[in-house]
Design a protein around this ligand. Structure first.
Ligand SMILES: CC(C)(COP(=O)(O)OP(=O)(O)OC[C@H]1O[C@@H](n2cnc3c(N)ncnc32)[C@H](O)[C@@H]1OP(=O)(O)O)[C@@H](O)C(=O)NCCC(=O)NCCS
Length: 177
């Protein structure tokens, strides 16, 4: 794992990143999400989408991906985008390495809260444990969101509650003054 690099997604990474997601279709992702991911990744690489997507690369092979996007209607709120590690590379710290890069950028951006969307059904037990290991907890359920019988489980992480820096209105000026 020493040669693992976390890089910003580039066009050359797209086939590998899609393959990581495709490898989980039927287990964690719906088939329709492949085309959604392709559209997002292409838009990111051509600058049409402000999402920041990363890949974990080892010897030119894409082992995983994770990104974030800012919610336009909220202050300091971010959503994780396409979180996946290839099944042959799971439990080797790839997901945690991707998160470390994302988390450091969100701290730089003074993020207040970050969300990730999953499901409460047993098929997501692994990812839910992964998110909990990073400090996320389930804060909302939207019934039948993904499809009938498969709810949306929103996991969130308050950065201030984790000891990350937080400033309230006017505090920045007070600190600097
Ligand atoms: C969830 C996922 C991204 C985790 O990536 P990963 O590289 O395997 O995770 P890491 O090796 O960095 O694990 C970090 C910690 O998370 C927890 N964890 C990760 N996967 C877990 C699993 N399947 N079961 C239980 N705990 C898990 C553990 O605490 C782990 O630490 P440890 O290995 O020291 O015990 C990966 O399993 C995956 O791609 N799953 C399928 C796709 C998916 O569900 N994406 C999210 C959609 S919402």
């Amino acid at each position: 794992m020493n040669s693992l690099r976390i890089l910003e997604l580039e066009t050359t990474h797209i086939p590998g990143a899609l393959e990581v997601i495709r490898a989980h279709v039927g287990a964690y992702f719906y088939p329709r999400e492949i085309e959604d991911a392709r559209t997002l990744f292409q838009s990111v690489c051509t600058g049409l989408d402000s999402t920041k997507q990363f890949v974990a690369v080892e010897e030119d092979a894409v082992l995983g991906t994770m990104g974030y996007r800012e919610e336009s209607g909220a202050q300091g709120a971010y959503n994780l985008t396409y979180v996946a590690v290839h099944p042959e590379a799971v439990r080797r710290g790839v997901g945690r390495a991707l998160w470390k890069t994302v988390r450091d950028e969100l701290v730089q951006r003074d993020a207040r809260i970050v969300y990730t969307w999953t499901s409460p059904l047993p098929y997501t037990q692994g990812p839910r444990t992964f998110y909990e290991s990073l400090g996320f907890s389930c804060t909302a359920i939207v019934p039948n969101y993904w499809q009938d019988g498969d709810d949306l489980a929103i996991f969130s992480l308050r950065f201030d509650a984790c000891g990350f820096p937080k400033r309230g209105p006017g505090e920045a000026e007070a600190e600097e003054g």
